[in-house]
Ligand binder design. Structure first.
Ligand SMILES: [Zn+2]
Length: 486
């Protein structure tokens, strides 16, 4: 079915989006909602994020995160090639290249500040190794990486103990060494004086410096592995997604106008991770016991919450809803929410029941699911990588949904509809959702976090109970109040 596109001539840069919150919600040709952003021009989008971060940091001081950058100017090691031959492996950074490492690290700092909306600021520290590194870490088959403990062997004492939140190592790969990893990261294991660390070889010296430099983006990615460790194992925010989950969330390495997973990094850091996680970022508390409850698990369901009041801390302020909680709140006694994964690049959450429902109900498998408004929220990637200069950021035909919905047959009461919304666009969607009675952004009942048992894939959604104004809409866009003041 063809659904007319919504066109807004006033947003010249973003011809096919729904303006909200100073940016726009991108619609797909199937009438679903793909992403929220400010511009498809990566520089313009980043500048907008940065300006907002600065304004927010003026109102509330950011969490300071101390990161030590270790620059390794010289490597003089011996390696064993795949054929068993021993060779000398040598690299040397010029002064200019060392300066570039600093600039890449600055780009990473800007990314953290802008993407966290000013909730976190990296306080940089620097150490340039005076002596050559003599060993690399073998990964088998002639491939190597350089871990922080190996890079810092013999100079550990120079690192302040239990002081840094992360330590990163920048090095130049010797030409005759096969790279095992572009970078690698490890949580706090009380090596390297008690900090989590990551390491990366600088792989592109020619790209323009700035926040969109590939080395800056690699730093952000590897640091996010440290963040996963701290949020899950120290802070108990177990619904923080893994930084590798981009493909299952429908992203390409190039989309939204961005190269190199930047659209994903932006949404992960700024939207899927609530701001309070950054404001309270904790790297020094002891690791939590695996059996201790995750955030939200101890909160009983049954209340309505205002998104405005919980948006920055929904992961700890909202109840984490189980199937039992959902069944209680909807009156559908056998209601279940299942996470299914069809491939590395597709995932869906499906509300299932054996009872008759008044809303559109899909039973198809993930591979043949229509993109429409129903009981399923599916995210798949396009089969082909979009072009960076696509005027719709590559999202026009993207098989990405943001809303799943179910209404029990003959449901009475003021809020018969259970609506699940993707967390990264929950704020803008709730502001625009057309309801009868209580507004959507004051109808939040909890969050849902599910893990697929085989692949460990995770999806998190915000749950609402409302009465939709347009329950016959076949599309997500049709649920929104457009043209009316929101
Ligand atoms: Zn990784």
């Amino acid at each position: 079915m063809l659904v007319p596109l919504i066109l807004f001539s006033s947003t010249a840069l973003n011809p096919i989006g729904i303006p909200v919150d100073g940016g726009f919600l991108q619609t797909t040709e199937a009438g679903s909602l793909a992403r929220f952003q400010y511009s498809y021009d990566p520089q313009a989008d980043f500048q907008e994020l940065f300006a907002r971060a600065q304004s927010q940091a003026g109102k509330r001081p950011p969490r300071i995160i101390k990161v030590l950058q270790v620059i390794v100017p010289d490597i003089e090691a011996e390696v064993v090639q795949a054929d068993g031959k021993k060779e000398k492996a040598q690299s040397s950074m010029s002064r200019g290249e060392q300066e570039l490492c600093r600039r890449y690290f600055q780009g990473y700092q800007s990314l953290v500040f802008a993407n966290t909306n000013g909730a976190a600021r990296i306080q940089p520290f620097e150490m340039v190794l005076k002596k050559p590194v003599k060993n690399l870490d073998p990964m088998g088959n002639g491939a190597y990486w350089l871990s922080a403990p190996t890079a810092l062997a013999g100079v550990e004492k120079a690192i302040r103990e239990n002081f840094f939140d992360s330590i990163c190592v920048y090095y130049k790969k010797p030409d005759n060494v096969k790279a095992g990893l572009l970078g690698g990261a490890i949580g706090r294991d009380y090596g390297v004086r008690g900090s989590a660390f990551w390491t990366q070889w600088v792989h592109d010296w020619k790209a323009p410096v700035g926040p969109l430099n590939p080395n800056a983006i690699v730093s952000l990615h590897e640091w996010l592995h440290n963040v996963s460790y701290y949020t899950h194992q120290v802070m108990g925010f177990t619904a923080v997604p893994d930084c590798h989950a981009a493909e299952e969330h429908g992203y390409w390495s190039r989309d939204g106008g961005y190269p190199q997973w930047q659209a994903w990094n932006r949404d992960l850091v700024g939207k899927l991770i609530p701001s309070e996680v950054w404001y309270r970022f904790d790297t020094r508390s002891p690791e939590r016991a695996p059996s201790s409850p995750a955030k939200g698990e101890e909160i009983a369901p049954g209340k309505f919450y205002s998104w405005q009041q919980v948006s920055g801390e929904w992961m700890s302020k909202l109840p984490k809803l189980t199937d039992k909680g959902l069944a209680q709140m909807t009156g559908i006694t056998d209601l279940e929410l299942k996470l299914e994964q069809f491939s590395d690049q597709a995932v869906c959450l499906r509300l299932t029941t054996s009872s008759v429902v008044a809303s559109t109900y899909s039973t198809q498998g993930l591979e043949s699911l229509p993109v429409r408004l129903d009981n399923v929220l599916a995210m798949k990637r396009l089969s082909k990588e979009p072009e960076l200069d696509d005027p719709r950021g590559g999202y026009g035909s993207a098989p990405i949904e943001s809303i799943a919905w179910i209404r029990p047959k003959g449901a009475a009461g003021e809020a018969p509809d259970l609506v699940l919304v993707r967390t990264d666009i929950a704020g803008p969607v709730m502001r625009l959702l057309d309801t009868v009675g209580r507004p959507a952004d004051r109808s939040v009942i909890g969050y849902i976090h599910r893990t697929e048992p085989k692949t460990n894939e995770q999806v998190t959604l915000i749950a609402l109970k409302v009465r939709l104004a347009n329950p016959n809409s076949p599309t997500e866009v049709g649920l929104l109040k457009l043209g009316k003041k929101s």
